[in-house]
Design a protein around this ligand. Structure first.
Ligand SMILES: [Zn+2]
Length: 222
């Protein structure tokens, strides 16, 4: 059966990595193409994958086999843009809130493909998605944030993506920043107003400190 007639859902993604850098026995694995770095990939049936795994052990090659659900698709970016067309040719980065032109926007896998491949917990996290390229796992991001996030599976990034999708979140954040700047300016004023604001900030600060202290400190005996 040739690769063209195989149904995609019946295939698995096989990744081969030579144990010694730069020594991949390409002739032993004709169906594999170089994907990135030292990683060679092919989409095979499960029976073929098992055969490759046996051969890989003998040829000093690491072999990883993945369900196609955990593999980056070729068209996730187009699908995302079709589902969420840009506003005035721009997208807001969910991580930093910056607006970027469509051509500079990168579509980020919130739960990264690498994480899903390596971690059972991450696979459990996406159990309700059709696959790792599900629209719910995609978010617009600027290049800088995407690079900074990399393959991180930290919950902080996931929360930032979740909040950053909502315009209201950015509005509240902006309002808080403006208020804070205003308070600092007022506190720097000489005279009665400055005094009052400084007193207010001091009281608020102490209340917050006491609140945290009460949360962290163990209750007194008796
Ligand atoms: Zn950004």
């Amino acid at each position: 059966m040739s690769t063209n007639t195989k149904r995609k859902q019946d295939l698995v993604r096989v990744e081969l990595v030579p144990m010694r850098k730069g020594e991949f026995p390409a002739r032993a694995f004709p169906e594999f193409t170089l994907d990135h770095g030292q990683v060679w990939t092919a989409d095979l049936t499960e029976a073929e994958a098992r055969r490759v795994r046996r051969l890989a052990g003998r040829r000093h090659v690491f072999c990883h086999i993945y369900d196609m659900r955990y593999v980056r698709s070729d068209n996730y970016r187009q699908r995302f843009i079709r589902a969420f067309p840009p506003k005035h040719g721009k997208y807001r980065c969910v991580y930093c809130g910056r607006w970027v032109k469509t051509r500079d926007m990168t579509v980020d896998h919130v739960i990264p493909v690498y994480g899903v491949k390596r971690s059972r917990f991450m696979r459990w996290k996406i159990r309700h998605y059709t696959d790792v390229n599900d629209l719910r796992n995609l978010a617009p991001s600027c290049r800088r944030c995407n690079l900074k996030k990399g393959e991180s599976t930290s919950f902080v990034w996931r929360w930032r993506a979740r909040l950053g999708k909502h315009a209201l979140y950015w509005r509240i954040r902006r309002t808080m920043v403006v208020l804070l700047v205003l308070l600092v300016i007022l506190a720097c004023l000489p005279g009665e107003t400055g005094n009052m604001v400084r007193q207010y900030l001091l009281t608020a600060g102490m209340a917050i400190r006491d609140g945290i202290w009460r949360l962290l400190a163990p209750p007194l005996p008796g």
